[in-house]
Design a protein around this ligand. Structure first.
Ligand code: XMP
Ligand code: MG
Length: 177
């Protein structure tokens, strides 16, 4: 694996395709056991999570649904700050077991603002599964239930994650040099 350039920045190899796939297989096995008979809904947060979701979901062997949403944040007119709206949350989540799929948790801000909205639809459970967990950066009270990798507070791209929209189309994950 060699360095890649995305726009003006150089990135070096960080997590290999094989390491990613091993962790995803382990996570799928665990979820297949824990959610057997529960018909969970995998709620994938676009755009960054699309490859993680595809690779995980194809290894889910129990009865399950998948749904893709986009979280759009905009500045409220009051001092309350950012408001998060979910675009595409059309599945009826009431009474269902939800597994949120995120590519990366950084400060936790996005999910912190989205969770109350999801909870208001009264699912029977919500768990959070992430590919990458930037543990040190967490600044909101978010509990990550499943993490494939704990990573330091460094910017990463690849395997769905982007720098200014680019760099998503690699099989490996790269970190800023
Ligand atoms: P919060 O702070 O809300 O951030 O947990 C989550 C979102 O921020 C983006 N993010 C990154 N994207 N490389 C990326 O390509 C990174 O290192 C990175 N850190 C945070 C990402 O969109 C995620 O959903
Ligand atoms: Mg994202």
């Amino acid at each position: 694996m060699s360095n890649i350039k995305v726009l003006d920045k150089e990135f070096e190899p960080y997590i290999s395709e094989q390491e990613i796939q091993i962790k995803i297989t382990e996570l799928a096995k665990q979820l297949n056991q824990e959610y057997a008979g529960k018909k969970p809904i995998f709620l994938s947060i676009l755009n960054g999570s699309f490859l993680f979701t595809a690779d995980l979901f194809r290894q889910i062997t129990i009865e399950a649904e998948v749904c893709f949403i986009k979280l759009a944040s905009y500045k409220g007119t009051t001092s309350s700050g950012n408001v998060i709206t979910a675009i595409g949350l059309d599945a009826n989540v009431s009474g269902r077991d939800i597994i949120i799929l995120e590519d990366i948790i950084d400060t936790g801000k996005t999910l912190h603002h989205f969770l109350p909205q999801l909870e208001s639809n009264q699912p029977s459970s919500i768990k959070i599964a992430v590919l990458l967990n930037k543990k040190e950066a967490l600044a909101y009270p978010i509990k990550v239930d499943y993490a494939c990798f704990d990573i330091p507070n460094k910017f990463v791209v690849g395997y769905g994650l982007d720098y200014d929209g680019l760099g998503r189309n690699t099989k490996e994950i790269y970190q800023l040099k």
